[in-house]
Design a protein around this ligand. Structure first.
Ligand code: SRM
Ligand code: SF4
Length: 567
């Protein structure tokens, strides 16, 4: 192994396919934490070690160990689960988690506040419900996103099936998860990871499948993307994309958000070969020295797109056909009812920043429990932290809607700005948070909504996203207005997303506090209300009037054209 590789590479290499000393760490009752190497390995099993940041300082002053607990993220391709599974998730959260469920921007759920001794029963509990957490996190392919709204029923079913198959195909093969958590028999003889090898990938790897015209999965922000191309209700194939990613580091110009490049079109039966080829090219060419520069986006920029594409074609044993036309009209979720071509109805609910909890005026935990008791279709978590009650027969719609309304789960009472706003978790659980997000954004939105209403923009859809740091977990760099945490109470403000997730925004001002943010937005809304062209979006306006410098050539066009530079 190259002597310059980073610490995580050594941990993976010495882990015996992700076993490490996890069993011993879990059994150690002297600490609420894991051994440091296991705190890295556990991510591949779907969970993270955390500590309560609200109490970190106080405990340090009292010479106490940080208040360690764990966050577990499930693998749920395309975000689909049954009502019975939801009831199991709900019960597990109440008994072994912190009594809330967090829907994520990658169509799955997380439990927070799990004590070390509860990890094993919790993992066993979700597995009994036929859900696992393998590859929920770690340097492997993560949860595969897929447009969750089955309005184009037959097409959607085919596309969703491919998302599930990609997820299965790219799963790690180690038996460590079964051995450690499910008391599976230890492996006899040699074990191998045919796709990943013993050091897995240099970094996390994310895949999404989009069904135009809706870009709810923000497909261009993924390492690997597939855009479904349909002929009526029949799936013809996919435009393949590679090299998207959001994460940056403040002050490190060598890190940047990037939209994926288009590789070309393939038939459905070539999808798994392409997925595997992109993944293994990143495995073999990715940077294993610096984790900060290890994502596929940097690998492609280092290799050059042509060389990368040639390598993928060689490994997949195919040639990409020219990408087919695909037009996206929006990002984010469509709320309320839609009817599928098969006559079934689907209701998208509103969950503020994805937090399912019983709060005054919004008892979403109870509401979803009641829905799960009566619903006969399935639930679909969206890539924007919401949930769809899918496959409702016409004669059951009224009952479903009345439960949703009674528990504050309908979007109808919220402004368009709030409906499309998303915030990452940040404090108190996220170790990387520099500023608040989930706990603070709703409050800031109250004030932003007032400003918008004052300028007659109350009904104007504007995509606003907030994160507590520049890792970009709520994909703020493709929002029309992005707020990215810089320090306590301080945010960078970015403008210029196009409302369809096809253009990166740009930094407007750095390190603003609340009143500075509101002053800037007040001025922007005033100008926008006065000089807006018919149908113009705020993100387009902020570019047109030069608030942010030109983004140059759009990195992605709403057509089959091969995109260019993105940063
Ligand atoms: Fe994320 C790390 C939460 C989607 C980019 N992300 C984290 C950690 C695990 C913090 C950590 O390193 O220990 C956060 C846990 C907070 C907590 O307490 O729950 C965290 N990320 C989340 C979630 C829960 C945000 C949410 O509010 O929904 C999302 C879970 C997704 C899932 O179900 O798998 C989440 N993270 C994303 C996305 C959006 C996406 O994938 O569509 C991104 C940007 C896309 C990308 O990956 O480039 C994202 N998260 C990151 C990064 C930066 C990666 C990079 O390339 O620099 C980190 C830090 C890291 O990996 O070192 C990170
Ligand atoms: Fe944590 Fe930063 Fe991700 Fe927010 S964006 S959840 S603060 S890592």
């Amino acid at each position: 192994m190259d002597a310059r590789v980073n610490e995580n590479e050594l941990i993976k290499a010495g882990s015996r396919y992700l076993r490490g000393t996890l069993k011993e760490s879990i059994a150690d009752e002297l600490t609420g934490a894991l051994a440091p190497a296991d705190a890295q390995l556990c991510k591949f099993h779907g969970f993270y070690e955390q500590d309560d940041r609200d109490h970190r300082q106080d405990r340090a002053e009292r010479y106490l160990e940080p208040q360690y607990d764990f966050m577990l993220r499930a693998r749920l391709p395309g975000g689909v689960c049954t009502p019975a599974q939801w009831l199991a998730i709900d019960g597990i959260s109440s008994t072994l988690g912190n009594g809330t469920i967090r829907l994520t921007t990658r169509q799955t759920f997380q439990f927070h506040g799990i004590l070390k001794r509860n990890l094993k029963p919790l993992i066993q509990g979700i597995n009994q419900a036929m859900i696992d957490s393998i590859g929920g996190c770690g340097d492997v392919n993560r949860n595969v996103l897929c447009n969750p709204n089955p309005v184009q029923s037959a097409l959607h079913a085919q596309v969703h099936d491919w998302a599930r198959r990609i997820s299965e195909h790219l799963l790690p093969r180690t038996r460590a998860y079964h051995e450690i958590w499910l008391d599976g028999e230890p492996v006899e003889g040699a074990e191998s990871e045919p796709l990943y090898g013993e050091t897995y990938l240099p970094r996390k790897f994310k895949t999404a499948v989009a069904v135009p015209p809706h870009n709810d999965v923000d497909v261009y922000t993924n390492d690997l993307g597939f855009i479904a191309i349909a002929d009526g209700d029949r799936l013809s194939g996919f435009n393949c994309l590679a090299g998207g990613g959001m994460g940056t580091t403040h002050g490190d110009a060598g890190t940047y958000p990037r939209l994926a490049d288009t590789l070309g079109f393939v038939a459905p039966d070539q999808v798994l070969a392409v997925a595997e080829a992109v993944l293994t090219t990143q495995r073999d060419f990715g940077n294993r020295t610096s984790r900060r520069h290890a994502r596929l986006k940097y690998t492609i920029d280092r290799m050059g797109l042509d060389a990368f594409k040639a390598e993928v074609q060689r490994r997949a044993g195919l040639r990409f056909a020219p990408a087919r036309p695909a037009v996206f009209t929006d990002q984010g979720d469509r709320y309320g009812w839609v009817q599928g071509t098969d006559g079934r109805k689907h209701l998208t609910l509103y969950l503020e920043n994805g937090r399912v909890a019983d709060r005054p005026g919004a008892p979403s935990m109870t509401g979803l429990r009641e829905l799960a008791r009566v619903h006969q279709g399935d639930f679909r978590i969206t890539p924007n932290q919401n949930l769809i009650v899918a496959g409702v027969a016409a004669d059951r719609c009224a009952r479903i809607e009345s439960i949703a309304r009674a528990h504050g789960l309908l979007a109808e009472t919220r402004s368009p700005i709030r409906q499309s706003a998303i915030a990452c978790v940040a404090f108190p659980t996220c170790p990387q948070a520099m500023a608040e997000a989930e706990r603070y954004f709703p409050e800031l939105l109250d004030q932003i909504e007032r400003l918008a209403a004052d300028h007659g923009l109350g009904d104007c859809p504007i995509v606003m996203r907030m994160t507590g740091c520049p890792n970009g977990c709520a994909r703020p760099f493709v929002a029309e207005v992005g707020l990215v945490g810089k320090g306590p109470g301080r945010y960078n403000l970015l403008f210029g997303g196009d409302g369809t997730g096809l253009r990166l925004n740009r930094l407007y001002r750095e390190n603003l506090n609340e009143s500075e943010i509101l002053t800037v937005l007040d001025g922007l809304f005033r100008r926008f209300a006065a000089a807006r062209e018919p149908g113009e979006r705020l993100g387009d306006f902020s570019l047109r009037v030069g608030l942010v410098s030109s983004v140059g050539r759009p990195s992605v066009t709403n057509s089959a054209e091969v995109p260019h530079d993105t940063h």
